[in-house]
Design a protein around this ligand. Structure first.
Ligand code: KG4
Ligand code: ZN
Length: 350
């Protein structure tokens, strides 16, 4: 039974998760406090405000997670916290809290890579077996990762500029739709014509599995400026045309990544796991479902509350590592950057 703590961005979260000897999970509690209200006036996440809000609320969120799980803190077997990558002030709050609890309760500490937590979530929710391909699309990341085992990752592609969620957020800001932008753009796009504007599909003609969204963002801005003042129909058509462009980019890339998966792992059944807040987007999910069907691959989308940042995914990643005999020293450091495929993710003697 593991306590998981997540504070790397604008969610203060704690959860109690049990992993049994067969690898089955039970989420005993999963408490998430979003800081949307704190940051709303600024149109994005303000790192210093985020860190302070984590300090204010984390203790209460942990207490609530224990209450809802009907356990005492001393009942947990280990304490896991996100140690990076993320906004460093927030990461420090969560990791330092975890260290203090581990020291006071004499429990092992697990310093979790946030990306690993996203990567392993589908094993908690759907019992997915290794290997699989993960597409992580959130406010901070857009990447394809081959997940071969716990601690065993190979990044196949990433974004060379904006993350996909970030692109949604910036388009929403441009169209004055509010923050976070993803849900707002999706809602207004439903009313628009996705064919009115033919926005660029960046990098799509190149074989590499990387993304780039800044050129697309500029094209959208130039179009909006050319039409200004924008009517409601203009806004809806721009949102719909933008969403059509990114859906095409993401699904074509996913098809290419699945082709590589099949070529490099001919004996494995192809599986695509989606993680991150953008997984909530129905147009993108539908495009991915289509591409998986054509490729004969299984698409796994965990429940959206577990695709976005939460403590249960951190607890689960901790449980998977703990089950393999891993724990971390109390002087482990918080890291603003921490790519998944560094050698130090590896689990010894797996
Ligand atoms: O995973 P997440 O909750 O937080 C991190 O970034 O780690 O993802 C949040 C991102 C935001 O950029 C938000 O605009 C985007 O996911 N998002 C969406 C949708 N819902 C959330 N993007 C597109 N369509 C959505 N329905
Ligand atoms: Zn995340």
């Amino acid at each position: 039974m593991i306590l998981g703590i997540e504070t790397s961005c604008d969610e203060t979260a704690a959860a109690i998760v049990v992993r049994d000897q067969f690898g089955h999970s039970t989420i005993r509690s999963n408490v998430v406090r979003s800081q949307l209200d704190e940051h709303a006036a600024f149109g994005g996440v303000v790192p210093e405000l985020a860190a302070r809000a984590h300090v204010t609320f984390l203790d209460h969120i942990i207490a609530q997670a224990c209450r809802e799980a009907d356990i005492a803190l001393a009942d947990v077997d280990a304490i896991a916290a996100t140690a990076g990558p993320g906004l460093i002030g927030g990461v420090l709050v969560g990791l330092t809290t975890a260290k203090a609890l581990a020291a006071a309760l004499d429990k092992p500490l697990l310093a979790i890579n946030h990306l690993e937590a996203h990567a392993l979530t589908a094993r908690m929710t759907n019992g997915v077996a290794f290997p699989y391909l993960m597409l992580l699309v959130s406010g901070g990341h857009s990447q394809f990762v081959l997940v071969r085992g716990v601690g065993d990752y190979q990044r196949w592609g990433t974004t060379i500029d904006d993350a996909l969620g970030e692109a949604f957020d910036k388009i929403a800001k441009l169209l004055t739709l509010g923050h976070p932008g993803g849900p707002a753009v999706e809602a207004i796009a439903k009313l628009g014509d996705p064919k009115r504007f033919k926005f660029p599909r960046p990098l799509l003609r190149e074989a590499r599995l990387d993304f780039s969204f800044s050129g697309l963002k500029t094209a959208v801005r130039l179009q909006a400026e050319a039409l200004a003042p924008l009517s409601d129909k203009d806004v809806a058509d721009i949102a719909a045309s933008f969403q059509a462009a990114v859906s095409e980019v993401v699904s074509v890339r996913a098809g290419q990544a699945l082709a590589r998966f099949k070529a490099e792992l001919p004996d494995a059944s192809p599986q695509l796991v989606v993680a991150g807040g953008v997984a909530a987007n129905r147009a993108i999910a539908a495009a991915l479902a289509d591409v998986c069907e054509k490729a004969g691959a299984t698409l796994i989308v965990p429940p959206i509350a577990l695709c976005t940042d939460n403590g249960a995914m951190v607890a689960w990643a901790g449980a998977e590592r703990f089950a393999l005999g891993v724990s971390d020293p109390l002087d482990v450091t918080a890291r603003p950057r921490w790519p998944l495929d560094l050698a130090d993710m590896k689990v010894p003697l797996q």
